[in-house]
Design a protein around this ligand. Structure first.
Ligand code: VAH
Length: 349
């Protein structure tokens, strides 16, 4: 019992006697209370499931502009929220006592080219809302995704360094480069604990991705199983940095769990796993579906892809907070075809 007779427990951290009535607040800060904005997107859906498994379903509030994914909506707490509405986000943060926000809402490269003004508005102002809530002390930690799209045609193409020339030529890339600068500014000036990763192209089987230039690498698996043929919207030898979603989610969770002193870059970390061309992924799939026929008909997305690096140097993420990938093209192809073919009659060897 404490000095005023209230029942206490002894803190394992410093031996202090702490009233049980404080325990909930302390528990919250030892175990984050998470809000995912954009939880129904390609990354958000898997991130929601993984964070719920790690921290408990009730500690992870999923949210999106509409109920776009029934699995996410029905598997735990879900709120409809507009990432551009500061008051809606602030009310969610306060009502659920949120400590950590993962801001996954954005327009990706191809879609953003068709709607530049809205892409800039969504990608930037949603970030300002969350940064300002952290600046006001209402949230403790932020994850914000950047992308290899921050690099442009003048960036060294192979083994692109963490620090280099960055002249993005897409709306999406411009918004991500600007966002990185604001994240670093809010950390340096206001002490905001915002952490970021430059994702390469991401491949997953649980959701159909929307609006990306790297999405051919998802589409080809679906079409290989369903039709045994695929018309690729990029040229055959377009080499781009890619990553399996399992690795991307692990990196996202690990950078947020890392002790603050390990996060030495507050713009965004380069992250990589593999690089391949449409020819190479087609050849890997043909090892399982030999009848697959792939044709190539580059469209407007070719210019976007040509402006991006072919491979990335992610040594800083590996040095600073222990990043390492698991999946290569062969392992990813086995996992993708195994999971996708569960929903199809096609059997693969
Ligand atoms: C896109 N998948 O294609 C995203 C990603 C690096 C590419 O940012 O826009």
């Amino acid at each position: 019992f404490g000095p005023s007779g209230q029942s206490c427990f002894r803190s394992r951290i410093d031996g202090m006697m702490i009233p049980y009535s404080f325990k909930k607040q302390i528990y919250l800060h030892m175990n984050p209370k998470i809000l995912i904005i954009g939880a129904c997107g390609q990354i958000g859906t898997e991130l929601t499931h993984q964070l719920r498994a790690l921290y408990g379903t009730e500690n992870v509030i999923a949210s999106d502009i509409r109920k776009l994914n029934t699995d996410v909506v029905n598997s735990g707490p879900f709120e409809v929220v507009n990432a551009l509405d500061f008051n809606q986000i602030e009310n969610l943060v306060e009502s659920h006592q949120i400590t950590d926000v993962y801001l996954m809402a954005a327009l990706l490269s191809a879609t953003a080219e068709k709607n530049p003004a809205f892409a800039w508005d969504l990608n930037m102002n949603s970030l300002f809302h969350v940064l300002n809530l952290a600046k006001a002390g209402k949230i403790k930690k932020i994850f914000w995704p950047s992308s290899i799209a921050v690099f442009g045609p003048t960036t060294p193409k192979e083994n692109t360094p963490q620090y280099t020339v960055m002249e993005p030529s897409t709306v999406y890339g411009i918004s991500k480069q600007a966002g990185e600068r604001w994240c670093e500014y809010y950390h340096n000036i206001f002490g905001v604990d915002v952490r970021s990763i430059r994702y390469p192209g991401l491949i997953s089987w649980t959701t159909l991705p929307g609006g990306g230039t790297t999405d051919y690498a998802v589409d080809i698996y679906h079409k290989a199983i369903a039709d045994k043929k695929y018309e690729c919207f990029l040229a055959a030898e377009t080499k781009m940095p890619m990553m399996y979603m399992d690795d991307a989610i692990a990196a996202t969770i690990n950078i947020m769990k890392a002790p603050v002193e390990q996060i030495k870059i507050r713009s965004s970390y380069n992250l990589a796993a593999m690089s391949f061309t449409p020819t190479e992924i087609a050849a890997e799939i043909k090892k399982h579906i030999p009848e697959l026929e792939v044709t190539y008909a580059p469209d407007f997305r070719q210019k976007i892809a040509d402006s991006w690096p072919a491979s990335i140097d992610d040594s800083r993420a590996r040095e600073d907070w222990g990043w390492k990938h698991e999946f290569d093209l062969e392992m990813m192809t086995v996992d993708m075809l195994k999971n996708l073919s569960k929903n199809n009659t096609v059997s693969i060897d």
